[in-house]
Design a protein around this ligand. Structure first.
Ligand code: NAP
Ligand code: GDD
Length: 354
């Protein structure tokens, strides 16, 4: 018989890749989506005929209970969250209810399920939980499973509460629950208000606008409007394009491709013993580095005239440096990332150009 998987957060970036992976492996996949006024299935429309969509919201314990008893999953993946760190400062209570409270609802549903011992649970923990903390060896700052968490945002604090809940239910009730402490992972399907996609989407739109113009050097000028780009020779009816507005360009992240990371989620649930694993590339780059590679892909070596620093995008508390060491995942799960940082950026830019 095929294994059954229930995915909370199937409409998100990771949910869509995970659903594809599980279908390839022969799973019966049910994905939970919440009722909204517009469709949110854009990332999974291509697989809709092969999966079941069920309505639910992880903040509603009754609906979570019902889903787990009705679909009788072998594996439950919780990818649902208010996942934007910046937004969590603006909507901390909502973030808490979804990102921490929702996980408690799922754990309770599993705990009281007659099939408790047959269910394996994956929780999407986050490198944001490390916050401002890192370990250091020979001037290399890094985080791994032994690094202490000092979270820096309502999002990260909610994720850390959920992380401890999973550990507590694992130790207290014997639930087979594992947490993936995943570092940033992006893709062509990344939400448009995360910094990587915001950059590549802007480049795609800018390239379309300036089609035919010569990029680089003298072609781009900074005239009286500091926030707008002008290109010599543009028709006068459409002479300007809004600049790319960003916040902190010095933050460093360990960026991988989501396709690689969903494989780690699945591998965790194939282990006899549940555990927590760091999933990362072992490399770190700044937002500035991302900009360099992304703009170079369209032939622009100097992007300084195209980007405006807007304090609106600064966070009240920032996470400056993330670099994960995935040795445990590599050795115990046999996980290995395939997509390099440069290929990730190129894939995202190419997709937005297309
Ligand atoms: P995402 O694209 O923002 O997807 C989040 C998903 O959660 C969406 O499907 C969203 O549904 C759903 N959701 C939000 N609130 C919900 C609720 N109350 N009930 C049910 N579903 C709800 O996030 P992602 O990048 O795929 O990340 C997946 C998970 O991994 C998240 O938990 C995130 O915090 C965590 N994580 C991500 C990264 C990363 O770099 N991507 C790294 C570490 C951890 P709608 O479509 O209706 O909004
Ligand atoms: N979103 C955004 N928008 N971030 C910006 C901007 C901007 O205009 N300008 C600079 N940044 C900086 C942020 O301050 C942060 O330091 C960095 O770019 C990355 O921001 P995001 O892409 O929003 O991701 P994140 O690192 O805060 O959070 C992501 O990764 C976490 C794992 O470490 C999300 O996917 C979280 O859900 C995930 O847990």
């Amino acid at each position: 018989m095929n294994k059954k998987a229930l995915i909370f957060g199937i409409s998100g970036q990771d949910g869509s890749y995970l659903a594809e992976l599980l279908l390839e492996k022969g799973y019966e996949v049910t994905g939970v989506t919440r009722r909204v006024s517009v469709s949110t299935t854009e990332r999974i429309n291509h697989i809709l005929p092969q999966i079941t969509i069920a309505e639910g919201d992880i903040t509603d314990g009754f609906s979570v209970n019902k889903l787990i008893s009705e679909y009788e999953p072998d594996e439950v993946y919780n990818l649902a969250a208010q996942s934007h760190v910046g937004t969590s400062f603006k909507q901390p209570s909502l973030t808490w209810d979804i990102t921490a409270g929702g996980v408690l609802n799922i754990l309770e549903a599993i705990r009281y399920s007659p099939r408790k011992d047959d269910i394996r649970f994956y929780q999407a923990s986050s490198s944001e939980m490390f916050g401002k903390n890192y370990d250091e060896v020979e001037n290399k700052k890094y985080q791994d499973e032994n690094t202490e968490f000092i979270p820096q945002s309502p999002y990260a604090i909610a994720k850390l509460a959920a992380h401890h809940l999973v550990r507590n239910y694992r130790e207290g009730y014997g639930i087979h629950g594992s947490c993936g402490i995943l570092f940033n992972h992006e893709s062509e399907r990344r939400g448009e208000n995360f910094v990587t996609r915001k950059i590549t989407k802007w480049i795609g739109e800018f390239a379309a606008w300036s089609e035919g113009a010569e990029f680089g050097g003298a072609a781009i000028i900074l005239p009286e409007h500091m926030d707008l780009v002008r290109i010599y020779g543009r028709p006068l009816n459409k002479p300007e394009f809004p600049k790319l507005r960003l916040g902190n360009l010095d933050a460093k992240r360990d960026w991988g491709h989501a396709e690689d990371y969903v494989n780690a989620m699945w591998l965790m649930l194939q282990q006899e013993t549940p555990d927590d694993y760091v999933v990362a590339t072992g490399e770190t780059y700044s937002v500035r580095d991302f900009l360099d590679i992304a703009f170079a892909r369209v032939g622009i070596d100097d992007w300084s005239n195209l980007v405006v620093i807007d304090p609106k995008f600064y966070r009240p508390a920032e996470v400056d440096h993330l670099l994960g060491i995935p040795i445990k995942a590599e050795e115990e799960l046999g996980w290995k990332r395939k997509v390099s940082f440069k290929d990730l950026v190129h894939r995202m830019v190419d997709s937005d150009l297309a």
